[in-house]
Design a protein around this ligand. Structure first.
Ligand code: SDX
Length: 432
């Protein structure tokens, strides 16, 4: 009877046969440990995009792409979306346990207390072009704020890491809101410590000194839900960027700044902005949804169905399922309707029945519906990916902290297969 759970793998290369250990995960996932491969055989593995390569072990988030499962430290995303709050989820990602009431209250107070940014940072914003993309401004600012803390010395690195974690989590909404206020020429709004995290974010985004502004509780709850759903997603492109930069022992601010830049890409977090642009192009253009879908399937066309497909999910992204329902809830409770939602639903119906998408297991991902909710909350399109970064902040921090506590962790330095010129002698300039 073949062993269905062997603890080694045999590899035969030419007349050499070696055994490699197998590492088994908690949920039936398993990996061939190839750390000894090059030393034993001189061979490396080749896996562009790293879709078949584990870069680490982790206890933070589990996702199963085939079954469309997402859990933060064992808790299903569906339950956290219904019952938790963003700061409680942030604590869960950092500590791998839900907080007690006292722990949560103390954590919320600590985060809100650090939400103000140094006054000198305002000049930093003012030096940047108003039309600059807020993701560029946020990446630059997050990298720059480490300069305000360089003089602070810590005995214990864990204390330094915790202080950086609190500052990043606390100040990201302020930085995000300031990047928006700068772009519209409105005064920066100081955070209000009596407001919740999501409410403060909305207040700093949309409040002005001219009149009282209290965010709508429906909008606050919807934003908190969006932040929960984006909080972590194991080794996605931006998170593995944060780990890679952190692996050189660059500080947490620099690592997260790199993560923000990676998230900005339209194949990653930047897709939420592209989804809305795609829906608007269909609404205002001369192509119907089905004509657009034909283009999305055409290899010679640059058109892609943004918000569809995923490196890991080959099933419906559980976050998209929650967001699709939330879309209807938010639109009805804010008394707004959005023709773009109708177009999105039509595109989804077409895709889920079209062999091109079905055979390639292309389903809506987190970005397909999130933009419609951001729009309903009054968040401008150019800020959508910034709000993705707001949500992903605790995940980036948790993964960075986990890397620094991992005894096996080393600086990330992949290998390559060289296909360039063989050795040759230098040719002097006047002989070329
Ligand atoms: C996020 O990794 C994460 O966890 C990311 C994320 C997170 O929380 O951090 O979940 C957030 O980034 C979600 C993804 C957002 N991006 C988009 O919505 C952009 C549109 N999607 C694609 O560009 C694409 O699906 C990717 C980049 C997301 C995934 O690319 P893959 O897995 O490398 O897929 P692929 O390029 O190998 O495509 C497989 C096939 C190809 O066709 P064939 O060559 O087999 O004929 O599917 C086609 C692709 O052409 N395809 C699409 C498509 N996505 C894949 N065709 C049309 N429209 C699409 N969106």
């Amino acid at each position: 009877m073949a062993d269905s759970t062997p603890d080694t793998a045999r590899l035969i290369i030419g007349d050499q046969e070696i055994e490699l250990p197998i590492i088994r995960g908690r949920e039936g996932d398993a990996a061939v440990d190839i750390r000894g491969l090059r030393g034993k055989t001189g061979y490396i593995t080749y896996d562009p995009g790293l879709g078949n390569t584990g870069s680490c072990t982790s206890e933070i988030t589990y996702l199963n792409g085939e079954e469309g499962i997402l859990r933060y430290s064992g808790y299903p995303i569906e339950e956290l979306a219904k019952q938790s709050s963003f700061l409680e989820v942030a604590w869960l990602l950092f500590k791998r346990e839900l907080p007690s009431r006292d722990e949560l209250q103390a954590f919320e107070k600590e985060v809100i207390y650090h939400s103000m940014v140094h006054e000198d940072l305002k000049r930093f914003f003012s030096s940047l072009p108003k039309a600059g993309h807020p993701m560029a401004i946020c990446a630059a600012t997050v990298g720059a704020i480490s300069t305000f803390y360089e003089a602070v010395r810590y005995e214990d690195p864990d204390d330094e890491h915790w202080a950086a974690a609190i500052r990043l989590l606390a100040k990201m909404p302020t930085i995000a809101a300031y990047s928006y206020k700068h772009s519209v020429g409105q005064p920066f709004m100081y955070p209000r410590n009596e407001l919740s995290y999501a409410a403060n974010t909305l207040y700093m985004m949309f409040g002005t000194p001219c009149e009282a502004y209290d965010p709508d509780p429906v909008v606050v709850r919807a934003l908190d839900l969006l932040l929960i759903l984006h909080a972590d997603h194991e080794q996605n492109c931006s998170t593995s960027t944060v780990r890679t930069v952190g692996s050189s022992h660059a500080n947490m601010f620099a690592s997260v700044s790199a993560g923000i830049s990676a998230l900005w890409g339209p194949l990653h977090g930047g897709a939420n902005e592209k989804v809305i642009e795609m829906l608007i192009a269909i609404r205002d253009g001369d192509r119907s949804a089905s004509e657009f879908m034909e283009l999305a399937k055409d290899k010679n066309s640059p058109v892609r169905l943004m918000g569809f497909g995923h490196r890991v999910y080959k099933n419906y992204d559980p976050r998209a399922r929650i967001l699709k329902k939330a879309c209807h809830d938010v639109l009805s409770r804010t008394g707004t309707s959005n023709p773009l939602l109708e177009i999105a639903l039509e595109l989804e119906d077409i895709a889920l029945a079209d062999p091109y998408f079905v055979e390639r297991k292309l389903y809506p991902n987190v970005d397909f519906y999130s933009g419609l909710i951001y729009q309903a909350l009054g968040i401008p399109v150019e800020m959508f990916t910034v709000f993705f970064a707001l949500g992903r902040m605790p995940g980036w921090i948790a993964q960075w902290l986990e890397f620094h506590r991992d005894q096996d962790a080393k600086i990330n330095r992949p290998r390559q297969v060289y296909l360039g010129h063989e050795t040759r002698s230098y040719v002097a300039l006047d002989e070329r």
